[in-house]
Write a protein that binds this ligand. Structure first.
Ligand SMILES: CC(C)(COP(=O)(O)OP(=O)(O)OC[C@H]1O[C@@H](n2cnc3c(N)ncnc32)[C@H](O)[C@@H]1OP(=O)(O)O)[C@@H](O)C(=O)NCCC(=O)NCCS
Length: 172
């Protein structure tokens, strides 16, 4: 592996981000709520909302040399009464780079940034119940299951998959 780095996503990263996301949605339909066909038709400009915006706190990207090979987005509730809650979405590490600690590093960096963000008390995510790699990773970083949504996603091949709802407190 060339030099690995993690940093917030910038406008010039959007093309590579969309390419990674499109390929991951197509390769792992069971892992994501969005479907590859719809998302591949989205224009690039729509991904600007994944840079810092009204709801997105940040998207972190992982780079191997200059190549974007992983990403994780953190959104925050904009309404006043729920501003203490953030959500993680779009966790992905390209198949060529899996199992090398990059997902763990993206999550650890994200949690560090969330701890340093005033007013945040908890962070949630949802994960397909059968995705043992991801569930194991989240649990090892302090996420706990608080629910399970049955029949959460339906795949074209007829499979119906549950999602685990997970939560990590950032402060008491
Ligand atoms: C889930 C995902 C982000 C993990 O990223 P990764 O870089 O491969 O994960 P890491 O190498 O950091 O491994 C993290 C932990 O996952 C587990 N893990 C990793 N690869 C694994 C494998 N092939 N089998 C079982 N467990 C595995 C290990 O427990 C590891 O912990 P360790 O560091 O103590 O060994 C990545 O596999 C991925 O993008 N998968 C497809 C999309 C997806 O499922 N996204 C999550 C949506 S909620």
């Amino acid at each position: 592996m060339a030099e690995l780095s993690i940093r917030p996503m910038l406008e010039p990263d959007l093309l590579a981000y969309k390419a990674l996301r499109d390929s991951m949605l197509a390769a792992h339909p069971e892992a994501f709520t969005s479907d590859a066909e719809t998302e591949s038709q989205r224009d690039l400009a729509s991904y600007r909302s994944r840079l810092t915006s009204n709801t997105t706190l940040f998207t972190l990207v992982a780079l191997d040399g200059g190549r974007l090979i992983g990403a994780l987005t953190c959104e925050r509730e904009p309404r006043r009464k729920v501003q203490h809650i953030a959500h993680l979405v779009g966790m992905m590490v390209g198949d060529s780079h899996r199992g090398r600690g990059i997902g763990r590093a993206l999550l650890a960096d994200t949690l560090e940034r969330l701890h340093a963000t005033p007013g945040l008390a908890q962070v949630t995510l949802s994960v397909t119940a059968t995705n043992q790699t991801a569930v194991g990773l989240y649990e090892s970083q302090g996420f706990e299951r608080y629910g399970r949504l049955p029949d959460a996603i339906r795949l074209p091949d007829g499979r119906r998959l549950d999602k685990l709802l997970m939560l990590r407190r950032l402060q008491d």
